[in-house]
Each structure stands twice: as structure tokens, then as C-alpha cells.
Design a protein around this ligand. Structure first.
Ligand SMILES: [Zn+2]
Length: 606
């Protein structure tokens, strides 16, 4: 998801924030020894009524328990139940001090035909009927027989749903008139991992899913074009831009058959007025673009002009993070801002060219930092939004030739504003449990971005680049944890970094270093904030010459690669640090390149 940069300063902008049967060029699993994850294969058939916005579905799940535990129950998410007056999502929006303007009191006012729901009318385990209960957005299921470690079971379900009026991420008839934005639209089995079940109620925020294969058939009025996760299996029966051949169809409806291999979600959107363009990324996937033909001319031009830039984005991320492993990616007009999904994104389509490009840059980057590196977004929202914001800021700077020396500067500004506001909560806070939406946004997006950008200051630029690629290679198609990025950085740099995760990732300790005194050849610095840091320092001598110094942090037990003069290390507990130079000092500046998120820069110079 993407928030406008200006979100922090309380102006909330419109932006918010998956072949044929060819299987994914799968990862060599190099996750931590002992790591396991559940597996699920979905086969679903749904029939959509475009007049009532109701749909009937069947779901066949093959669930493999790769855990060492015996499972006595399972949970499903029923996300659309959030769009009912009195739901947790509704009440949260009515009671939080700074509600999302897209939600506000809108759920409380939904007429019955505009509410969302997902209802399960039967469920069996290996053919045996199960007891289940709907509790808000969660289906609690008591199993007929426990699932043993290593066992594979099947669940068969009959369900029906109603698409809510577009309020948040999914829904019918969004602001720009897209008929169906179908995200989180099916009963979705909750993830179970070493922490147990993740049956989080849907209160508006992030998602977490089980890796597997999706086989989805959607029957819908034949005038509608569908874009989404998965490869269309029957283009010759469908047409709609998926084949150049002429297609003759019978009846009023078409059944679209999609297969999405090795994903943890399946999303689609449909509209009778979609233009459907494609563009090939050289040695990469085929890009699909779905956007309303009824938009003003200027917007239609933006959607044409952005296509070669999206090719560049795909190349940028594939080069700088890791190879995109699917053969298709779709940019689809829909939703309520921008949100990332399997092999696709739903984004708002109007607005400026730069706005359109910026949202696509952000949402596409999520393919790496959320989709392929599928962190638990509810618990570690900063690994998802922050890392995405980091790499998309770099990509935008590069592709739009902005030539900014520091494309992450805005994130530092946002984080420092929050740190000084008194409203900061640690990054360990669950995404739904921040006191303010603004605190969530700045923490997830800006502090998360600073986490990576500042790591370059700590371990060096080249080490960070290598860390990001190694992290992707080793953890793609899994659920990495905060420690995984930090341990990767430690292995790449040879430096001890546990303190960095502890202080920046788990507390609200702040960084503040200052120059205390300069007397002749002697300089004294002080640590004012609680968070440790190594120090980059530039000294200007009275003869006008300058010298860069590097003060290692003792608890790192090493130094980053640097051309600066390395002097004695600084042990954190000592509040001051004194060193002498060879020549008389005129000026001193701590961290002149602003790599540290130092909350008070005024004391950095003397
Ligand atoms: Zn995002």
C-alpha cells in the first residue's frame, strides 16, 4: 500500500497502499535450518452476478501440515465481513483519533445491498462434515480429526459472498468507476507458523497468507474484462486482449480459468470498459495494463506513457533486489489508492503522470518486499512498507533522473518528526494497535525505510547492496523475520549488529550525538540519545584542509569499509569521547552526509 509522502503532515492524500502451467523458477531454499512453512493448494470456482454483486463459490483445499505440531483446529479469514456496520473495522474507524478519510464512518452507513459478506454454507475435512462458527471476520473450525505433522488433508467448502461498496482496498464501483476490485474476496486459510495461528481479525490493515498454488475459475458476464493474479489458461475461449485471434463466444457469460503457481494470495478485478495493453520486458515478464477506456484523454495518455517506465521499474528491482520469478505482472486500475497483490497491483488510475508512476513504483516493489519476502505484515509492517519505500525511492530517483543525492531524505524527516512528537511507538507494535493512524504510517513507511537506509551508514553502501540481494536469495518464497535481514547484514559485513535491531527495531530510543568542545587539537563529542551508533566525522583544520574520521562503535567489533582515518572505538556506556588531531581544529561536523537519523542536528557542528 502507498501513502502520499505528505501523509505524515496530516494532509491525507488519495494514495493508500502475483504461464500457462509453467511453475515458478523456484528458490533453492536457504532459509534457516529447521525452518518450515505450511503449504496449501486452492481450487476455486466462482460465479459472479454483476447486477447484484453477489457470487457463489466452491473451494477445494489441499492443506499440508509441515509443522511439527498436531493441529486440532483451523481458521479462515472472511475479510468481507469487515464491511458491515458494527464490525471491528467500522468501530475502530469511528473511535480512532485520526481515521482514514476513505473509511471514516462510511461502513456504519452502508445499506444492506452495499455491505460485504462471506458466508460458508458447508465445509468438510476429507469428506467429513465439520463444525464451524463465524466470529467477525474469522471462521473458527473444529476439525473432525487432528492433522498430524506431515499429513495432507482436503477441505471442501461451499460459500457465497457479496461485494461491498468500495471502501478499503476491495469492493464494487470505486471512486473511478471500476466495477469490481476483488481483493481478499474468498475464505482464506490463516497461516500457522512457529508462533502459532495468525487468525488476526481484519481491522483494515495488512495481510499474511499460506504459500501454495491457486487454480481459479471465474464465471462472469461476457462483456467484462478480468485482470489479476495468475496466468489465463483459456485465452482462445476468452479474447479480451489475451489473444490476437478472433474469439467466438456463446451465451451471456464466460468462464475464465487462471492458474497462479507459488503465491500466497489471489486477486482480480473486472470491468466492462477496461482497455487491455501488454508490453514485454526484455528477458522478463509480460506486463499487462488494465485501465478504463472512459477516463479523460490526459489520463489515457498517462497510462500509455507509463508503460515503458514500468518496464524500467521491473528491470531496476530485478537487478537491485533479485530476479522477478513469474512470467506476468499486471497493473490494474481498481481499489482505493494502491495495494500490492500476487503478480499484480490494484491502483487508482487518475491524477498526474508522476503520481501514477510513483504508485506503480511503490506497489511493484512490494512484489519483492511483501510478496516474495512474505514477512508477517501485521507484526512487521516496517519490513513490508519500509523496505518497499526504500527501494522504490531509489528506483524513482534513478528512472525519473531526479539526481537526488539522498532519495531517502524525506523518510528521515518523517521519522525524526515522529520521534520528537511524543507519539512514537516501537516498531514491534502490531499494525492494528497504534494509537494513531499517523504513527502507524510514519513508523511502517518512514522509520522502516530509515532502518535500511541507515544500515548503509552503519555497514557501508556496498555491504547494504549485497545484503539486500543475499536476503532476497535466501528468504524468497518464505516468511522472513526481522532478525533475518540483520543476520544477513552481519554475515555480509562481518560486523555485530544485534544492537541495531534491538534499539531501532524494538524500542523508541533515539540517536543524538553532539560536539561538546573543540580546544586547539582536542575534540570532545557526547552521546545524548540512548541509541548507540558508530560516528562519521569531518574535521576542518585552521589551515583550511579537511580530514574525515571514523569512530567505530565498540559493540560492533569491527569497522565498515571506509577511506576515513579510523581512530579508537567508542564504547556506548561512556557519555563522552575525546580525541586529538595532528593540527589545530577550526570546525567539526558529525555525520555531514546525514546518514544517521540524529534527532537533533543542531549540536552536530562546532
Ligand atoms: Zn506499500
Amino acid at each position: 500500500m502507498k501513502y502520499s509522502f505528505f501523509y505524515f503532515f496530516s494532509v491525507i492524500a488519495i494514495l493508500s497502499c502475483s504461464a500457462s502451467n509453467v511453475s515458478v523458477k523456484s528458490a533453492t531454499k536457504t532459509q534457516n535450518p529447521g525452518y518450515w512453512q505450511q503449504k496449501i493448494d486452492y481450487t476455486m470456482n466462482v460465479d459472479m452476478d454483476v447486477k447484484t454483486y453477489q457470487y457463489q463459490g466452491t473451494q477445494h483445499l489441499v492443506y499440508t501440515n509441515n509443522s511439527p505440531d498436531v493441529l486440532n483446529r483451523v481458521y479462515y479469514h472472511l475479510f468481507y465481513n469487515a464491511f458491515q456496520p458494527g464490525s471491528e473495522m467500522d468501530v475502530r474507524s469511528l473511535t480512532i483519533a485520526d481515521p482514514d478519510p476513505r473509511v471514516k464512518d462510511r461502513i456504519s452507513k452502508l445499506a444492506p445491498e452495499d455491505q460485504g459478506f462471506l458466508k460458508v454454507s458447508s465445509l468438510t475435512q476429507n469428506g467429513v462434515a465439520l463444525k464451524y462458527e463465524t466470529v467477525g471476520t474469522i471462521l473458527e473450525v473444529t476439525l473432525a480429526s487432528p492433522i498430524q505433522p506431515g499429513e495432507q488433508v482436503t477441505f471442501d467448502m461451499v460459500f457465497n459472498g457479496q461485494v461491498p461498496l468500495q471502501i478499503r482496498r476491495a469492493g464494487k464501483n470505486n471512486k473511478e468507476g471500476v466495477a469490481l476490485s476483488m481483493a481478499q474476496w474468498y475464505p482464506k486459510l490463516a497461516e500457522y507458523d512457529f508462533e502459532g495461528w495468525h487468525a488476526d481479525p481484519y481491522i483494515a490493515r495488512e495481510f499474511f497468507g499460506v504459500w501454495g498454488n491457486f487454480d481459479v475459475s471465474i464465471t462472469i458476464d461476457k462483456t467484462y474484462t478480468i485482470g489479476g493474479s495468475g496466468y489465463l489458461q483459456n485465452p482462445n475461449e476468452i479474447g479480451h486482449g489475451y489473444t490476437t485471434e478472433k474469439v467466438k463466444t456463446k451465451g451471456d457469460k464466460l468462464t475464465w480459468h487462471f492458474v497462479a503457481p507459488n503465491v500466497h494470495d489471489f486477486t482480480w478485478a473486472a470491468d466492462p470498459n477496461y482497455n487491455h495493453d501488454t508490453m514485454q520486458v526484455p528477458n522478463g515478464p509480460l506486463l499487462h495494463f488494465f485501465y478504463k477506456s472512459t477516463m479523460p484523454k490526459e489520463n489515457l495518455e498517462n497510462w500509455k506513457n507509463v508503460q515503458p517506465k514500468v518496464v524500467e521499474l521491473m528491470q531496476y528491482y530485478s537487478t537491485n533486489v533479485g530476479n522477478y520469478p513469474y512470467e506476468q505482472y499486471s497493473v490494474i486500475q481498481g481499489g482505493d489508492g494502491g495495494m500490492e497483490y500476487a503478480m499484480c497491483t490494484l491502483i487508482m488510475g487518475e491524477g498526474s503522470f508522476n503520481g501514477l508512476f510513483g504508485v506503480i513504483a511503490h506497489e511493484m516493489a512490494h512484489t519483492w518486499f511483501q510478496f516474495l519476502l512474505a514477512s508477517n505484515e501485521s507484526k512487521h509492517e516496517w519490513m513490508d512498507e519500509g523496505f518497499t519505500s526504500y527501494i522504490s525511492d531509489l528506483a524513482e530517483n534513478d528512472i525519473l533522473h531526479k539526481n537526488s543525492e539522498n532519495p531517502t531524505k524525506g523518510a528521515y524527516r518523517g521519522y525524526i518528526y515522529l520521534a520528537k512528537s511524543g507519539k512514537e511507538q516501537p516498531l514491534t507494535t502490531h499494525a492494528d494497535r497504534y494509537a494513531y493512524n499517523q504513527t502507524y504510517s510514519i513508523s511502517a513507511y518512514s522509520k522502516g525505510e530509515v532502518f535500511l537506509a541507515q544500515l548503509a551508514y552503519v555497514i557501508g553502501d556496498e555491504n547494504l547492496k549485497t545484503t539486500i540481494k543475499k536476503y532476497f536469495e535466501e528468504f524468497k518464497f518464505t516468511h522472513p523475520k526481522p532478525l533475518d535481514i540483520v543476520r544477513t547484514a552481519e554475515k555480509v559485513s562481518g560486523l555485530e549488529l544485534d544492537w541495531y535491531l534491538t534499539d531501532f527495531g524494538q524500542t523508541t530510543n533515539t540517536i543524538d550525538y553532539g560536539v561538546k568542545t573543540v580546544e586547539g587539537n582536542t575534540v570532545t563529542l557526547e552521546r545524548i540519545g540512548l541509541m548507540p551508533m558508530p560516528i562519521d566525522l569531518t574535521v576542518t583544520y585552521t589551515d583550511g584542509s579537511t580530514e574525515d574520521f571514523y569512530i567505530p562503535l565498540r559493540m560492533m567489533y569491527g569497522e565498515k569499509p571506509t577511506t576515513a582515518t579510523i581512530i579508537a572505538d567508542w564504547a556506548w556506556a561512556y557519555p563522552t569521547y575525546t580525541f586529538t588531531t595532528t593540527k589545530p581544529v577550526a570546525k567539526v561536523e558529525i555525520d555531514p552526509k546525514e546518514g544517521m537519523a540524529d534527532i537533533n542536528r543542531e549540536n552536530n557542528k562546532m
